[in-house]
Design a binder for this molecule. Sequence first.
Ligand code: FES
Length: 76
Amino acid sequence: MTRLVELEATGPRKLDPADIDDEKGDVAICQCGLSNSFPFCDGSHRHTEGEDSETTYVYEDGERRAVDRVVTADEG
Ligand code: FES
């Protein structure tokens, strides 16, 4: 499984004690790339349920689409 993720941030988010969720007592960092609160997990990873490990997916407007391959501008 591969996902194409576009990011706009130009620097890191430094965690501090204020980032700790009082109810949960922890901070969840997004590793799927789909969070609308990146770098924090907002539960959007649920959209990845059922992904096939051999398939590449693109997520747009909340919709998942399987693609043959992703071509970047660098590949010309
Ligand atoms: S791990 Fe990405 S939204 Fe939860």
